[in-house]
Design a protein around this ligand. Structure first.
Ligand SMILES: C[S@@+](CC[C@H](N)C(=O)[O-])C[C@H]1O[C@@H](n2cnc3c(N)ncnc32)[C@H](O)[C@@H]1O
Length: 195
């Protein structure tokens, strides 16, 4: 999987650019985002239920210019942090892997400061009606076989969790088949009031 995720390296830098202060990343995986964080990042809490750490991930953590704390909990089961603990929250290609992405997003909103930023890069539901119909049809079967979700309306989920999206790009990932090609890259802020 890491090789497949590395293919998207060029997409990772732009969404990380506004990251600053104390950051929480959920779905840390092999730490592929680490080299893309800017100098304004003070610390990173890396949440992922997966305990095994590939050697290259350990090397990336060692090379980071800020401390990285790994926390092994599923984000959708509740994050072990007080409200408004972080300046930034980050997910890349992660919401599709989480059993309850709405619950994970609600937790991210809770732990983010009122003026914090949520930076995301995810794949989800196509804006092409025919592909979207295919995605909706195939998603339950794919999920049953252990595959990730391919029909997440990412922007809608983010908004429903109490964020205001201030920047959003939707585009096709090069070299991907239609079902997982639609990317959502955006920046969101906690809404002043919950929807
Ligand atoms: C497709 S990988 C993406 C990894 C990384 N974000 C990247 O861009 O390379 C999805 C990651 O989400 C993690 N994950 C799955 N369920 C999760 C949950 N409930 N909470 C947090 N992370 C989860 C997986 O262990 C995996 O590392």
């Amino acid at each position: 999987m890491e090789r497949s995720l590395r293919r998207d390296a060029a997409l990772r830098a732009p969404p990380r650019a506004p990251a600053h202060g104390d950051v929480i990343e959920i779905g840390f995986g092999a730490g592929l985002n680490l080299p893309h964080y800017p100098a304004a990042v003070r610390s990173l809490v890396a949440v992922d239920p997966m305990r095994a750490l590939p050697r290259r991930a350990a090397e990336r953590i060692d090379a980071a210019s800020f401390p990285v704390e790994r926390v092994h909990v599923p984000a959708d089961a509740g994050l072990p942090f007080p409200d408004h603990r972080f300046d930034c929250a980050v997910t890349t290609w992660t919401l599709c892997s989480i059993d309850d992405p709405a619950a994970a997003l609600a937790e991210l909103r809770r732990v983010l400061r009122g003026d914090g930023l949520y930076l995301f890069l995810e794949h989800g539901l196509s804006d092409h009606p025919r592909w979207a119909a295919w995605q909706r049809g195939i998603a339950p079967v794919r999920r049953w076989f252990g595959g990730c979700r391919i029909d997440l309306p990412v922007d809608g989920l983010v908004a429903a969790a109490g964020f205001v999206i201030v920047d959003l790009a939707r585009f096709q990932r090069r070299g991907r088949r239609g079902l997982t090609a639609q990317a959502y890259r955006g920046v969101a802020r906690p809404a002043k009031e919950m929807p």
